[in-house]
Design a protein around this ligand. Sequence first.
Ligand SMILES: [Zn+2]
Length: 255
Amino acid sequence: MYRLKKFIQNRSLRADQAEAISRRVYQTTLACRPKIGQGNFDDLSDQDLRFVFNATDDLFFGGMVRSLAQENGFPVAFRVSKRMTNSGGVTKMTLPNGNLKEKQFEIAISAPLLFNSFKESEGSATIVTGIPCRDRLEALQRIMEHEMLHLIEMMIWDDSNCAAPRFRSIASRIFGHTQSNHQLLAPRDIARRDHGISPGDWVSFSHNGENVLGRVNRITKRATVLVPHRKGVRYSDGKRYAKFYVPFDRLSKSA
Ligand SMILES: [Zn+2]
């Protein structure tokens, strides 16, 4: 108990170290789980979840998370949830005899959220725990890292809260997580949340010193804005538009 507790209280990795370790987990998973096959896998099993958990435990914690569970006789089960859509993952602690010395755990990961993300091409990263993820396996790793910290807190302190300073501190020092939410946020979710901009909105922005008015057609890392222009390309609505890629902070919403 105290070894892992001391470790997570003191451990502090640089962002590039955490990234290099998580890259190893990624490569190991692809090499050892042939059914996963590629970063944007189409199939995910409970055993795959256990594998990602174990690899993360080995490389980030020297296997101490599993050791702690085993020493205390706490079973940890893994489940791919086909229904859960409000959260990327959830860690459940049950006490069959009402006794805190006999904890049982289950980590469930949402299949719908993973499989509904990363469908678009063209650099549409999805943000999980504050980190841009390029494919499903990267997103799964971030969710697993987050749930693993819930598990560790529940094993050591009996409860866990990812909005609290202790959790946020550990998540940032070990995994480089900057946000504590259970969502997979697409760029359009972030554009809406942080800038109030959605596809279809009329927006204005400055281009070569002129104020230009256009409509948001698509959102990836930047917004694709179509500006009516007689020399532009003809679109399916029969009109001609010039296309601009504009960073969100340069756009103003227009009524
Ligand atoms: Zn959480």
